[in-house]
Ligand binder design. Structure first.
Ligand SMILES: Nc1ncnc2c1ncn2[C@@H]1O[C@H](COP(=O)(O)OP(=O)(O)OP(=O)(O)O)[C@@H](O)[C@H]1O
Ligand SMILES: [Mg+2]
Length: 317
């Protein structure tokens, strides 16, 4: 049994025009000890889905239906104190702007120790001083240099690596990475991805890795989930999704991004039409733009079966 299970999760944001259905009936079991990449165009609900796990949703978000089970307990039902204990101990998040979220008036050492103290542990006592050193070394930083430094004395990439070390300090079983390298330059992106790969090998932590970078997916991910308009349209081993995407949307998404080998990239990402989240379709929400659409697709919503939510997947007549 997987540790993190989404069961028919429906999340909406209340806005003046109505309700924006950002997560629309997602059911998924996150493979334990593996790296799962979550891909899909901007606005497809990746951040909403992952923030829900850590109970970090905006105040106008509403849970309409479903559960998020972590070791069998619905995190959506946790009280404030339980949420506090869940974060960092069980699951942590590194987001794109984490590198800018450090307090400029405290050294990084103080902030790492505060993070431990905030979660009810004594940072001066074993195992922490050593654990902090060990984690900094794992993200290839020199503790002697980083611990006394102020945030502004490190580069963005170095700060992002401190954020990764910090997220791991209380031994969480799950690490969510929401576009962790997007704000960095290309060389640094690649270096941080390399570090994430090492961190995964060394700690075995389950990773949910949200990204637009397919090269990073190819490099890091064991499994890939593809989201479109709040729905999980495909979930399968990474190689299978990358080489033989079965949902027509996955195929269009992969074709829209230039590949490392220079093939593809003929179709601009903007050519994919975004579904109307204020009025979710009763059928498949990709039907209006789908080259393989049938009558049934407009009326009936396909469930995720054998890793794909489609009545007529690619590769079948
Ligand atoms: N607080 C909010 N109020 C209203 N709508 C919101 C709110 N936050 C997000 N949304 C909408 O919910 C949808 C999903 O957003 P989300 O940020 O989860 O997408 P995403 O897949 O993470 O996109 P990106 O790749 O750009 O990060 C979008 O249509 C977005 O505009
Ligand atoms: Mg996002």
């Amino acid at each position: 049994m997987s540790r993190l299970v989404f069961e028919d999760l429906v999340l909406e944001y209340e806005v003046d025009e109505g309700a924006v259905r950002s997560v629309d009936g997602v059911s998924m079991e996150l493979p334990e000890g593996k790296v799962t990449a979550l891909i899909g165009e901007s606005g497809s609900g990746k951040t909403t889905l992952s923030n829900a796990v850590l109970r970090l949703l905006a105040p106008n978000a509403r849970v309409r239906r479903g559960r998020i089970l972590f070791d069998g307990v619905d995190v959506l039902g946790l009280g404030p104190e339980e949420v506090r204990r869940f974060r960092w101990h069980r699951a942590s998040l590194v987001f794109q702007a984490a590198q800018s979220a450090f307090n400029p008036t405290l050294t990084l050492g103080e902030q790492l120790r505060d993070a431990v103290a905030d979660h009810g542990q004594d940072p001066q006592r074993p195992p922490f001083p050593e654990r902090i050193q060990e984690l900094l070394a794992m993200v290839r930083l020199d503790p002697a240099r980083v611990l006394p430094a102020w945030p502004h004395q490190l580069s963005g990439g170095m700060r992002q690596r401190v954020a990764i070390a910090m997220a791991l300090v209380l031994h969480p079983q799950l690490l969510i990475l929401d576009e962790p390298t997007t704000a960095l330059d290309l060389i640094t992106q690649s270096y941080v991805q390399d570090i994430l790969q090492q961190v995964h090998l060394k700690t075995g932590v389950t990773m949910l890795f949200i990204t637009h970078d397919l090269a990073a997916v190819a490099r890091l991910a064991d499994f890939v989930g593809v989201m479109y308009g709040g729905r999980l349209v495909e979930f399968a081993p990474a190689e299978s999704v990358l080489r033989h995407p079965r949902h027509p949307y996955s195929r269009a998404l992969l074709a829209s991004v230039p590949r490392v080998d220079g093939k593809g990239g003929t179709r601009a990402r903007g050519a994919l039409r975004a579904p109307d989240l204020l009025n979710p379709s009763p059928g498949c929400n990709f039907a209006p733009g789908c080259p393989r659409v049938m009558k049934r697709c407009e009326q009936e919503r396909p469930a995720l079966e054998d890793g794909v939510a489609c009545f007529r997947p690619e590769g079948e007549p």
